[in-house]
Design a protein around this ligand. Structure first.
Ligand SMILES: [Zn+2]
Length: 340
């Protein structure tokens, strides 16, 4: 997902060099990925007639979910994957159920785990919110991101959406209407959209929802996300494909809301006590959220919540590199695990 190259470049030279050393040391000593995160572990689930979720375990950093609708004359895909290998495996999964080409690719938001593979959807119209395009161009192509363990991205290049909307657009798969809606406020990022298929009571939520992983608001808004999830609860969704983690029912919304309210309360108390976001996170008992993947996201979430207590508008630019540096510190000085 996160971290901009330009943000990394802003870090003082000494800090950067120190972290690089830690980065290489980790590379040399790092063990194999844990079981259950290989590309072969990804599974295709038909969540409604001719609508599929492609779920990639374990849903940790840069390992996202996608999905697609297989129409008679073409496929609509919701998101790409992060690396060339993962995106090609996803395209193979699509080809296993239909010989039709992907004609439309929707990006739920700009994060690279959902968009770096865009370039491999040859001939597809790539659709997203206007701000998604802007943020992708601002972020740039995949490269070496010092906050994460090294990733082999493969042959991927930046391919931003080139058909954009401001609030919503409707895509038809044969006669089935799919509502692609910007959520109206920064939440997970500045440019989140959901894909709502009313006739099937089916929601592709993008990264507004994680299952089994820690929600991440550093680049969006904690308060905004709470409002958006309250709105999503009004949809009569029976099936939800989250941005990461297993396919779920509507109860997932309350699970994530619970975490966001926990962050809000923790931020208010710790800020009043004069703690930095990093110290606040270190003292915080994550309680029921301790077993979620990537728990260090609490630090970034507190950075965002602190900014909002100080009056920052939802999605306002804050020092993302400083927050990611704190997340690495919380993680014992090790780069964040990426098995993409
Ligand atoms: Zn994301």
């Amino acid at each position: 997902m996160p971290a901009t190259i330009s943000a990394a470049a802003d870090i003082p030279r000494r800090g950067r060099r120190q972290r690089r050393r830690g980065f290489y040391a980790h590379q040399m000593s790092s063990a194999a990925p844990p079981p259950g995160v290989a590309i072969a572990d990804a599974r295709l689930e038909e969540v409604s007639d001719r609508i599929f979720a492609y779920v990639q375990p374990d849903g940790s950093w840069w390992i996202n979910n996608t999905g697609f609708l297989a129409g008679r004359r073409g496929v609509v895909s919701v998101d790409a994957c992060s690396t060339e290998r993962r995106t090609r495996a996803y395209l193979d999964a699509i080809a296993s159920v239909t010989s039709q080409p992907v004609r439309t690719l929707i990006n739920t938001h700009h994060h690279g785990d959902h968009t770096f593979g865009n370039c491999l959807f040859a001939g597809a119209t790539i659709v997203a919110h206007e701000r998604c395009r802007e943020e992708m161009l601002d972020f740039g192509p995949p490269g070496r991101f010092p906050f994460w363990t090294e990733v082999d991205w493969g042959a991927v290049e930046l391919e931003p959406p080139f058909l954009t909307y401001e609030s919503a657009v409707r895509v038809y798969v044969d006669d089935l209407a799919c509502e692609v809606r910007h959520v109206g406020t920064p939440a997970h990022t500045t440019n989140d959209s959901v894909v709502w298929i009313p006739d099937r009571s089916l929601l592709f939520s993008g990264d507004l929802l994680f299952r089994g992983g820690t929600p991440f608001l550093l680049m969006g808004s904690v308060a905004g996300a709470i409002g958006v999830l309250e709105e999503l609860k009004r949809l009569p969704a029976t099936t939800i494909v989250p941005g990461h983690g297993a396919v779920s029912g509507p109860g997932l919304i309350d699970d994530v809301l619970g975490y966001l309210l926990f962050v809000t309360g923790a931020a208010a108390a710790a800020k009043a006590a004069g703690l930095s976001p990093l110290d606040a996170a270190r003292e915080l008992d994550l309680g029921p959220y301790a077993d979620l993947l990537d728990p260090e996201r609490i630090v970034g979430n507190l950075h965002r919540a602190y900014a909002e207590i100080d009056g920052a508008a939802p999605g306002a630019r804050i020092d993302v590199a400083a927050a990611l540096t704190d997340m690495v510190a919380y993680n014992g000085g090790r780069p964040l695990s990426c098995y993409a």
